[in-house]
Design a protein around this ligand. Structure first.
Ligand SMILES: Cc1cc2nc3c(=O)[nH]c(=O)nc-3n(C[C@H](O)[C@H](O)[C@H](O)COP(=O)(O)OP(=O)(O)OC[C@H]3O[C@@H](n4cnc5c(N)ncnc54)[C@H](O)[C@@H]3O)c2cc1C
Ligand code: SF4
Length: 323
């Protein structure tokens, strides 16, 4: 499609950025954290399918330019994919949700204060090779899962947890052709290159997210724990989807937010629950399995216990849903 090709072509130039709602990009430009020399407004692609929500028996397709509020309020998503609607409804504020796009949402940057404050030189993500101020600094909001010696910044979004739990795919468009990848392959753990946050190539644009229909999507929910009731990022969150028959879990899909450097799928908890009922003991044991590799860094040690409690509660609530 012509407009998408033009946008993708311009983006392959150095220091170009797409803009959708602008609620991440403009924020970081004002802070001098991002300084693109070209900004490409992609909003005209809404009319070309990037702004569409499609729901049928095969699954849910969400265009990257769908606004968060529109997906959160969609009746079919609320009843068939509640974890998706809830993850969006509990994010940011109504004004932001009206403006912000789904594509921009999954690509939002960390809220690490040292990343957002350019007066700190030490930040491997913003200034590769400079060190990490959070390691010995104030790290209450930082990750206990998926970190490295070079970065422990938390992935801050909510919607991504619903996508990774429901095994979504991402449709990617570019001038050299389109491709579809598992959503789980979009984000990169920091390892020794925290500045490289995704596997998108220059000139590539997210066109849509595809969530396959499955037996677990209706019995699903998003539980978010934060410092205040609304308009706040997660300290810990859980996206849970269960395929349950006669009180026994046939399959579980679980993701954690606010706790890891990337959207985090909790495979160990999923395996533990298969073939078992979700009672208090099993929920707690599944949550312990999910945090077996967790590592605190001082101020954020409490997140390990908080994360376990959050997941345990989310599992019990999901199991008790009347659907
Ligand atoms: C005060 C505040 C509170 C917030 N609270 C939360 C919260 O609780 N939970 C939560 O999840 N989020 C929260 N957010 C983040 C907010 O949801 C994101 O800023 C928003 O979703 C980004 O979408 P956007 O369309 O505005 O992105 P933009 O700012 O337009 O773009 C963000 C980035 O994505 C790139 N981009 C955008 N669209 C595409 C595309 N289709 N393909 C490729 N690249 C693209 C841009 O180039 C840019 O780098 C909060 C934000 C603020 C400012
Ligand atoms: S945690 Fe990551 S983003 Fe934060 S200061 Fe360290 S390197 Fe920078």
């Amino acid at each position: 499609m012509a407009a998408a090709s033009v946008a993708a072509d311009s983006h392959s130039r150095a220091k170009a950025e797409f803009i959708a709602g602008g609620t991440t990009l403009l924020d970081l430009m004002k802070l001098d954290v991002m300084q693109p020399d070209t900004i490409i407004d992609i909003n005209s692609l809404s009319a070309a399918g990037y702004g569409r929500i499609e729901l049928n028996q095969h699954g849910l397709r969400l265009g990257a330019l769908v606004r968060m509020a529109d997906a959160a309020d969609h009746a079919g998503i609320k009843s068939n994919y509640p974890v998706v609607a809830q993850s969006l409804a509990q994010a940011a504020s109504q004004q932001l949700r009206n403006m912000a796009s789904l594509g921009g949402n999954v690509l939002q940057r960390t809220r690490c204060n040292y990343f957002r404050d350019v007066s700190y030189r030490e930040c491997n993500k913003r200034n590769p090779g400079s060190g990490c101020a959070a390691m010995s600094g104030f790290n209450r909001m930082h990750a206990v899962l998926g970190g490295s010696d070079h970065c422990i910044a938390t992935y801050p979004g909510d919607f991504a947890q619903a996508l990774i739990a429901l095994e979504a795919a991402v449709e990617i468009a570019s001038r050299s052709g389109n491709r579809t990848i598992p959503f789980a392959n979009l984000h990169r753990k920091p390892a020794d290159t925290p500045d490289q946050e995704t596997n998108l190539r220059p000139g590539e644009m997210i066109e849509a997210f595809l969530i396959p229909a499955a037996n677990w999507t209706r019995r699903s929910l998003y539980l978010k724990v934060r410092d205040r009731e609304s308009y706040e990022f997660a300290l810990a969150s859980a996206a849970v989807a269960l395929d349950q028959q006669n009180g026994i879990v046939r399959a579980a899909r679980i993701a954690l937010g606010g706790l890891a450097t990337v959207p985090w799928r909790a495979f160990e908890a999923e395996s533990f629950l298969r073939g078992k009922p979700v009672n208090e003991d099993n929920a707690a044991a599944a949550a312990s399995a999910a945090f077996a590799s967790a590592q605190g860094h001082g101020h954020n040690d409490f997140k390990i216990a908080l994360g376990k409690r959050t997941l345990s509660r989310a599992l019990q609530q999901a199991a008790a849903l009347e659907i």
